[in-house]
Design a protein around this ligand. Structure first.
Ligand code: DX5
Ligand code: ZN
Length: 213
């Protein structure tokens, strides 16, 4: 079964909980945290994650596009992040970040920007629950899907299988029914979708469509 994680970056921030309630059939909720430094955009911080945790029962999939995820890990985990996904290109020591998340008993993922090779995380694959393959340059919603990321999905899947691991492979950026299908065929099992879900008349229907891919 394909899991779907709607990205609230494309939701109406003035009516956030109203929009989140529209996607209660989703498998998790994708929260994009941006610090204006790792990416040229600023989005959501700890208090918003805390507020969403109180108002929704959805599993919180928090994508940290920040330079120092280690410094902020405790705060986001205490705020209610169920899955803490940080970038390997960040300035933090990846092993230390993994250790903090595990100490909290939460899931940990590592994200790869489009230009980063999966070999950058080969030594960590045994310790993580998920790899996030960015299919756009991180920072903004509504960008076009990068089809040349498809071989990377297969590469990560093989890399994990070689170490006897079957881990979740999430894709994020430009996902719709067509591009989502390509990712699923390549081996991805978690689809993040922002504009495709929240700009639709019926967001929950879009979630179901992606779950069925
Ligand atoms: C981009 C974010 C994505 C974004 C996806 O940096 O990580 O999660 O919200 O938006 P769409 O699905 O519109 O490309
Ligand atoms: Zn994201």
């Amino acid at each position: 079964m394909i899991k779907v994680s709607p990205s609230i970056l494309s939701a109406d921030f003035a009516n956030l909980i109203h929009d989140i309630k529209k996607v209660e059939n989703a498998d998790m909720l994708h929260i994009d945290v941006m610090d204006g430094h790792f990416v040229p955009n600023i989005s959501i911080g700890v208090p918003v994650v805390q507020a969403i945790k109180k108002a929704s029962h959805l599993f919180l999939d928090v994508h940290l596009m920040i330079s120092d995820p280690l410094f902020y890990a405790e705060a986001f985990l205490n705020a209610g992040a169920d899955l803490f996904c940080f970038h390997i290109e960040s300035d933090s020591d990846a092993q230390k970040v993994i250790d903090v998340v595990k100490k909290h008993g939460k899931k940990v993922g590592i994200a790869l920007k489009p230009k980063t090779s999966p070999s950058a995380i080969a030594h960590l694959i045994n310790q993580i629950d998920m790899v996030l393959i960015m299919t756009v340059e991180p920072g903004f919603g509504g960008q076009a899907f990068m089809e040349d990321m498809l071989p990377k999905i297969q590469e990560v899947k093989c890399m994990a299988a070689e170490k006897g691991r079957s881990i979740d492979i999430q894709v994020d950026g430009g996902i719709n029914e067509t591009t989502g299908k390509l990712c699923v065929d390549a081996g991805s099992n978690i689809l993040v979708a922002g504009s495709f879900v929240f700009q639709a008349k019926n967001p929950s229907e879009m979630v179901t469509k992606l779950q069925k891919l």
